[in-house]
Design a binder for this molecule. Structure first.
Ligand SMILES: C[S@@+](CC[C@H](N)C(=O)[O-])C[C@H]1O[C@@H](n2cnc3c(N)ncnc32)[C@H](O)[C@@H]1O
Length: 200
């Protein structure tokens, strides 16, 4: 049998534990460290396909909570009462419309990643556009004291993004989870306790 060149410890572990993607271990590490997801939490998962972050969220929030996933690709999650999928390109999302659909939320996750070209500057720029949109959505939709987790690619813009986010959250942390592939430039920004008012 041909071996997938990307297969590693986390890929096998995810398959054994029936998660839809190995990236679940990145969210698990972030959540275990910062205690972001609670029973009853209402979560928005931006770039949710194939669905491992939503799967993890669905389990943790329980029946009283809800996970709303957005992606232009369809996630592999079957119909569950505490999961809702919105099929959309994030570049076209109207935040007012979205807020109307979801109400104020406890947590916004963004694992959005553009299709990479291999050209470093292009990939970083495309990722920054998604990061900026994800943060705009989070700031418009989070409850007071809500939290934000956002994938970002290491580059010059990280510093200014972090400074900007500091205006809205009591604490900002950066974390490169252990499940991140060695050569990847991705890192996660975690905004804890949103201080702004959600205009819902
Ligand atoms: C790394 S994957 C997310 C993996 C997911 N967290 C999981 O655990 O299964 C990134 C996702 O971002 C989505 N994406 C990228 N650009 C997007 C856009 N403009 N609008 C909506 N989704 C987008 C891709 O379709 C892809 O499913």
């Amino acid at each position: 049998m041909m071996k997938n060149k990307w297969e590693d410890y986390y890929t096998r572990k995810a398959r054994d534990e029936k998660w839809l993607a190995r990236s679940v271990y990145k969210l698990q590490e972030i959540d275990q460290k910062f205690k972001l997801i609670r029973k009853g939490s209402r979560i928005l998962d931006l770039g949710c396909a194939p669905g491992s972050w939503s799967q993890y969220g669905i389990k943790k929030v329980g029946k009283q909570g809800e996970v709303i996933g957005i992606d232009c690709a369809k996630p592999k999650i079957s119909n569950l009462p505490n999961f809702r999928f919105i099929s959309a390109d994030i570049l076209d999302i109207n935040i007012k419309w979205l807020k109307n659909e979801t109400g104020a939320l406890d947590l916004v996750l963004s694992d959005l990643a553009p299709a990479t070209t291999g050209i470093k500057d292009t990939d970083i720029n495309r990722s920054m556009i998604l990061t900026a949109l994800a943060s705009e959505i989070a700031l418009g939709i989070l409850k007071n004291k809500g939290c934000f987790v956002c994938k970002i690619f290491e580059g010059n813009e990280i510093k200014s993004f972090k400074t900007d986010m500091k205006k809205y959250f009591r604490q900002i942390r950066l974390l490169k989870p252990q499940a991140t592939r060695k050569r990847s430039r991705e890192i996660y920004l975690i905004g804890i306790n949103f201080t702004g008012e959600c205009q819902s």
